[in-house]
Each structure stands twice: as C-alpha cells, then as structure tokens.
Design a protein around this ligand. Sequence first.
Ligand SMILES: [Zn+2]
Length: 66
Amino acid sequence: MAVVCPECDSPILIDPDEVEEGETLQCDECGMELEVVSTDPLEIAPVDIVGYDDEDDTLAIEEDEE
Ligand SMILES: [Zn+2]
C-alpha cells in the first residue's frame, strides 16, 4: 500500500500490517518525519503538525479579539 508524502508528493510504500498508529516514518525523498495517525484506512501526517503541542499559540490565532 502506498501513501503520498504530504511534503513532496512522493509515494511511500507502507505495509499496514507492519506499522502501528503513532509510529513515525521518514520520507526517503525529503526526509520529512511522518506519523501514522491511522492504519485503517492508512493515513499519515507530518510529525511537526501532529506533535504541535503549544496550544496557547493555536488559541491565540483562533480567537478573535473584540
Ligand atoms: Zn517527502
């Protein structure tokens, strides 16, 4: 099974039986670290976004000031 790297659009071959949710892989083409967010269906996301844990910053962007 292949997924497409969200960074460089290169196909990445992944065997869903060999990965687990939360596992990280690296794109061979661009070196982007990718986290397996779901195995059924197989879904990956850049680790930089998944691991973004500074919620204060996110809230500051989403909240409108009056
Ligand atoms: Zn890539």
